[in-house]
Design a protein around this ligand. Structure first.
Ligand code: PSV
Ligand code: MN
Ligand code: MN
Length: 389
């Protein structure tokens, strides 16, 4: 067991969890955005906050950007600013869903002029990646239809494939497309990339630099997400995760809060199928909106929730599991997984942090740091950045 514990500790120290710039800004629902004091006003301030999450957790050096929410004049300067704070700029998220032109879609729109505008935005995002050193272009399309007959479902797939191919051709050797899927919303009849199969089929056509990203909030209730994860890893097409949790639809709550057992099952498939190895290149990203909770502590808590699920997955006694599976011992096999899930891994993670020179309790360390009071006092005036700002 000591060997397993040591290996788990090494893997936990090597783990990287990417945080989203929009998780630091104000956000809300269509009903109300509850503004909080001290929330960042610029992408630079978002990086300042992200650096605190990394400082206290030690595993969150990457920050995803969202264009145009994080538009700046000089992206190389933004990357340098990140570097000075021990950070790197991670995935670039495109946005083809907030212009009036996109009423009928973006890359699947029936009008070639609108498709051109959308593809040009995606190409701009690759230019930004060149300047920031980001390796991943994360694409989520709001495209779809609301009514049967509204548009030709198959023709929309053709337009999507053609648009993606143009962007794929523009990628550098070490850049990737991560194609996200989502069952519904904002389209309520037929979404153009509704599920992992659709994303996977497009990625296969595109080539090896295209992979599927699994947003844990984008499935029908009851979907077995860990099956999808195991399948995609086996095919070498799991690009990463957008972690969050949900009770109903795309709730974007803190990962691991609604269903920690599901997160454990996902991380078990990740760990078992090589997804934690650096060379597998799976991006572990958060995609969350913190509506009523304090932003930075919520991101810290989310990082810790991923760490706890990962630690439990790493403690699964694989030999015992394989033996029970080979013997057809259903109950024993299930017990192996449940033993790991029911282990309190918080002492192990405290140890890991202490060995990294960190405070074993990141939430308390952040609270004691005075950063929250400082930003509340200093960040007055100006427009506070938020989801969609
Ligand atoms: C919309 O559902 C969404 O949450 C997608 O998951 C994207 O990743 C994110 O917004 C940012 O565009
Ligand atoms: Mn997402
Ligand atoms: Mn979402």
């Amino acid at each position: 067991m000591t060997v397993v514990r040591d290996a788990a500790k090494a893997a936990l120290k090597a783990q990287r969890i990417e945080t989203p710039s929009w998780g630091y800004g104000n956000s809300g629902t269509r009903f109300k955005v509850f503004a909080q004091p001290g929330v960042p006003r610029t992408p630079w301030e978002k990086l300042d906050d992200a650096s605190k999450v990394h400082e206290f957790t030690g595993v969150a050096p990457e920050v995803s950007l969202h264009i145009p929410w994080d538009r700046v004049d000089d992206y190389a300067a933004l990357a340098a600013y990140a570097k000075e704070r021990g950070l790197e700029l991670g995935a670039i998220n495109s946005n083809t869903f907030q212009d009036d032109d996109y009423r009928l879609g973006s890359v699947c729109h029936p009008d070639p002029k609108v498709r051109r505008k959308a593809v040009d935005h995606l190409l701009d995002c690759v230019d930004i990646m060149d300047a920031t050193g980001s390796k991943d272009l994360k694409l989520w399309f709001a495209d779809g239809t609301n009514y049967p007959g509204q548009d030709d479902i198959a023709a929309r797939q053709d337009r999507l494939a053609e648009s993606l191919a143009e962007v794929y051709a523009r990628l550098g050797d070490d850049q990737r497309i991560l194609l996200e899927y989502k069952l519904f919303e904002p389209a309520f009849y037929a979404t153009d990339v509704p599920d992992w199969g659709t994303s996977y089929a497009h990625c296969l056509r595109l080539g090896p630099k295209a992979r599927v990203v699994v947003d844990t909030g984008h499935h029908a209730p009851g979907t077995n997400i860990e099956f999808i994860v195991a399948f995609l890893l086996r095919e070498g097409r799991l690009g990463g995760f957008d972690f969050n949790s949900r009770f109903y639809a795309d709730d974007d709550l803190m990962v691991g809060s609604a269903d920690p057992f599901q997160l454990f099952r996902i991380m078990h498939e990740v760990a078992k199928n090589g997804g934690l190895r650096t060379e597998t290149n799976v991006a572990f990203m958060l995609d969350q909106c913190h509506n009523i909770e304090a932003k930075i502590p919520a991101v810290i808590r989310s990082v810790m929730n991923v760490q706890e699920a990962t630690a439990k997955a790493l403690l699964v006694d694989r030999d015992a599991l394989t033996a029970a599976q080979a013997a057809g011992d259903v109950l024993a096999a299930n017990a192996v997984l449940m033993d790991a899930y029911n282990t309190d891994v918080r002492p192990l993670l405290r140890e890991v942090r202490e060995e990294q020179g960190l405070n074993p309790d990141p939430v308390a360390a952040y609270a004691a740091s005075g950063w929250q009071e400082r930003i509340a006092a200093e960040r007055v005036g100006g427009e506070q950045a938020g989801w969609g700002a």
